[in-house]
Design a protein around this ligand. Structure first.
Ligand code: PAF
Length: 284
């Protein structure tokens, strides 16, 4: 595995790979890798000849009171995991490489960026869209892989790629869960033992929604109410939102009669976790 830290070096390495006739899959990450990230790497390996992974904790997507400074950073460990997965190129730029002093250009997907998770974290998706478009420039690839856990991020990136006609195919991979259902996330590392127990309520609430849907319920408010009732059983967990949405526009739907995103975010003690399911929107 080659590790590169400059945009020009990374571009040259990707171009050389592709000139030799290989297809390239790209997995952008912020590091602190877990099985969820590795599932993206494995999907990329299965579909492409070579895989590139970036590890960059992007300051532009953190709000002033968020966890940028304490976000877990484990570059040595990440690098070993990626080498063991057969990754060809790792890109680990510094902040100044991605944001040269005075950088004033941003990418904003209007509308989508203010919905769902974007409503709770003003500026977050501007930071995500900006860094992902820069990373696409630094890592020219055939396909780029993202996790369904960040469903709103996936919607923003799909739209940005469409709107800017970026020459990359976005592939969204399923959520990877712990045996008890908790969606894997680098932020799970913040949970205390007690909070880790409480955290299973996110998936339990979504499972109950799916059960209700399978029993024929299609009314979005009643589906959300089902989830709210499960959250109420765990007082240590406070939902930020329980939303029933169109997965592309992130606008609320009244009736889950087509593929529908049920998205939840909750404070589990102090850490904040996300989870979601997509209801198929057809008769069970
Ligand atoms: O999902 C993430 O880890 C980040 O938001 C991403 C896509 C790597 C951009 O910083």
């Amino acid at each position: 595995m080659h590790t590169l830290t400059t945009i020009s070096g990374m571009r040259a390495a990707c171009d050389a790979l592709r000139r030799s006739g290989k297809t390239l899959g790209f997995v952008p990450t912020m590091g602190a890798l877990h099985e969820g990230h590795l599932s993206l790497v494995r999907a990329a390996r299965a579909q492409c000849d070579a895989v590139a992974v970036s590890v960059f904790v992007n300051p532009a997507q953190f709000g002033p009171n968020e966890d940028f400074s304490r976000y877990p950073r484990q570059l040595e460990n990440d690098s070993q995991m990626l080498a063991a997965e057969g990754v060809a190129l790792m890109f680990t730029p510094g902040v100044e490489e991605m944001y040269p002093p005075g950088a004033a250009t941003f990418v904003e997907v209007e509308g989508l960026s203010e919905r769902n998770e974007g409503r709770m974290r003003p500026g977050h998706f501007r930071g995500v869209a900006t860094v992902v478009s820069k990373l696409f420039h630094a890592v020219p690839a055939d396909k780029a892989y993202f996790g369904q856990k960040d469903a709103a991020q996936c919607a923003v990136i799909r739209k940005m790629v469409r709107d800017l006609a970026l020459p990359v195919e976005v592939v969204v991979c399923p959520i990877v869960r712990e045996p008890d259902g908790l969606a894997m996330s680098s932020r799970n590392a913040y949970l205390t033992a007690e909070e880790r127990q409480w955290a299973t309520v996110l998936f339990r609430a979504l499972t109950e929604v799916r059960r209700s849907f399978d029993a024929g319920e299609r009314n979005a408010s009643r589906l959300a109410e089902t989830a709210r009732a499960i959250f109420a059983q765990v007082p240590g967990v406070v939902p930020d939102y329980i939303e029933v949405l169109d997965p592309d526009t992130l606008l609320p739907v009244d009736v889950a009669d087509r593929p529908t995103l049920v998205s939840v975010a909750a404070r589990v003690g102090s850490p904040r976790l996300l989870d979601n399911i997509v209801l198929p929107g057809r008769a069970p």
